[in-house]
Design a protein around this ligand. Structure first.
Ligand code: AMP
Ligand code: MG
Length: 415
């Protein structure tokens, strides 16, 4: 744990310089309050279920064929070729099927009901026709019959509350007969960029200005989490405009994310205003990049003050804010990457760690033979957002630990 300090006018002792695990722990004590809403299945992808969903039907609903072919009696089909009389066809969607007696076969399509009397399927590829007869040249397989209820029985819960609705989950909800689902509302999250030097992309740049990028990156990260971002106009380095923006954000949103202004600089007004008028729970995390974030509340709403450096704000969102949003929304799965989803990678080159800090260098992970190998491609500066595009993972080098070439280390595989 880091040290604690009584900040100026802050009523409680603030933890300063905490581990990432401790930061997650502190933040999880103040989550967003989320309610539920009903949505159509079509709209439910990427949302989080707020009720258990039980199947309204048996899946499959009836015994059916897994193959196009012939429904037969296994006893009629020894290993050598056999001639069976064709008694009809069973089609998917039809409800009248012929009865298969001894020495008979029924043509059958994938998904079609198994005719009475048949107990096995012969694949169409293992047969040939001769007038009203079929010559069976391959095995008759009971295993090609999909049994009623073998996937899910009526009344059994197939999707649990808290499940992130992946495309497969949506398909399963449909299979179980649900046209509408109860899902967690999308929390609204304010995104506020702070800095005198910032200019919106597309506008002319004055001397000394730079294009602002963080509010765009953070908005899309928030959206990816199934929440709704509300981007605010850029805020100058001024206490009054920051206060106005934070007030408006706390009234209209469920949580607030700021970027910039949380370090030790004279113009780091987010830290200052939080120190003087907000509540800070922790400040600074023992990670590199992304050391200076703070977490607390503004007028009762949770607020993450992220660093201004583009890579830092992105990484802190990924490892701290994303799991917090997941948890707030009652998700039982990781929507974004989590530290627990680490992989082991073999580094192709040495990596420098950081004193006292978990070091998350950008790395490119790929599968080579049986192992995951990783390398670095670009300059690693926390201002270099290109490094997050050029790589697909982050090293998780423990504090005070360098990595030699050929060493196997923990990493997060991001995309
Ligand atoms: P700060 O945390 O305000 O000291 O900013 C650290 C660095 O990040 C400075 O180089 C800023 O110019 C840059 N920066 C701050 N906010 C943004 C932003 N929204 N988009 C891009 N760069 C930013
Ligand atoms: Mg600044």
């Amino acid at each position: 744990m880091g040290r604690t300090l009584q900040l100026h006018r802050s009523p409680v002792a603030v933890e300063i310089g905490v581990s990432l695990e401790r930061a997650l722990q502190i933040a999880s004590q103040m989550t967003m309050k989320t309610t539920s809403e009903t949505t159509s299945l079509q709209e439910a992808a990427g949302r989080i279920l707020s009720d258990d969903i039980a199947s309204k039907v048996d899946d499959p609903r009836f015994d059916n064929s897994a193959m196009d072919g012939w429904a037969v009696r296994k006893d009629d089909c020894p290993e050598t070729s056999t001639k069976l009389r064709i008694v009809g066809t069973s089609q998917a969607g039809s409800d009248v099927t012929p009865i298969v007696g001894t020495g008979e076969a029924c043509s059958i399509m994938t998904g079609a009901p198994i005719p009475e009397g048949a107990d096995s399927i012969v694949m169409i590829e293992d047969s040939s026709y001769q007038d009203d007869f079929v010559i069976i040249n391959g095995p008759a397989r009971p295993g090609f019959i999909r049994r009623k209820g073998e996937n899910l029985r009526e009344g059994v819960v197939g999707l649990r509350s808290g499940t992130l609705l992946t495309p497969a989950g949506i398909s399963l909800a449909a299979t179980m007969g649900h046209g509408q689902l109860s899902v967690k509302i999308r929390p609204k999250i304010a995104i506020i960029g702070v800095g005198d030097e910032l200019t919106s992309p597309g506008k002319p740049l004055a001397e000394g200005s730079i294009y602002e990028s963080n509010t765009f990156g953070l908005s899309s990260l928030v959206e990816k989490m199934g929440a709704t971002p509300k981007r605010f106009d850029l805020i100058r380095d001024s206490i009054d405009s920051l206060r106005n923006a934070l007030d408006e954000a706390s009234e209209s949103c469920d949580a607030i994310i700021t970027s910039g202004g949380v370090s030790m600089g004279k113009w780091d007004f987010v830290r200052r205003i939080m120190e003087e008028e907000g509540v800070i729970e922790f400040w600074k995390i023992l990670i590199r990049p992304g050391g200076p974030p703070l977490f607390g509340s503004w007028r009762g709403k949770p607020i993450f003050g992220l660093p201004g450096n583009p890579v830092s704000s992105h990484i802190v969102f990924t490892v701290l804010v994303a799991p917090w949003i997941s948890e707030s929304m009652g998700s039982d799965q990781s929507i974004g990457p989590r530290l627990s989803n680490r992989v082991r990678v073999l580094m192709e080159e040495p990596l420098k760690g950081a004193p006292r800090k978990l070091c998350m260098r950008r790395i490119s992970i790929r599968l080579e033979g049986d192992s995951l190998v990783a390398s670095t491609k670009t300059h690693q500066g926390s201002g270099n957002i290109h490094s997050l595009v050029a790589h697909n993972g982050l090293s998780l080098l423990p504090p005070d630990t360098d990595c030699d070439q050929g060493e196997i280390i923990d990493a997060l595989w991001l995309h």
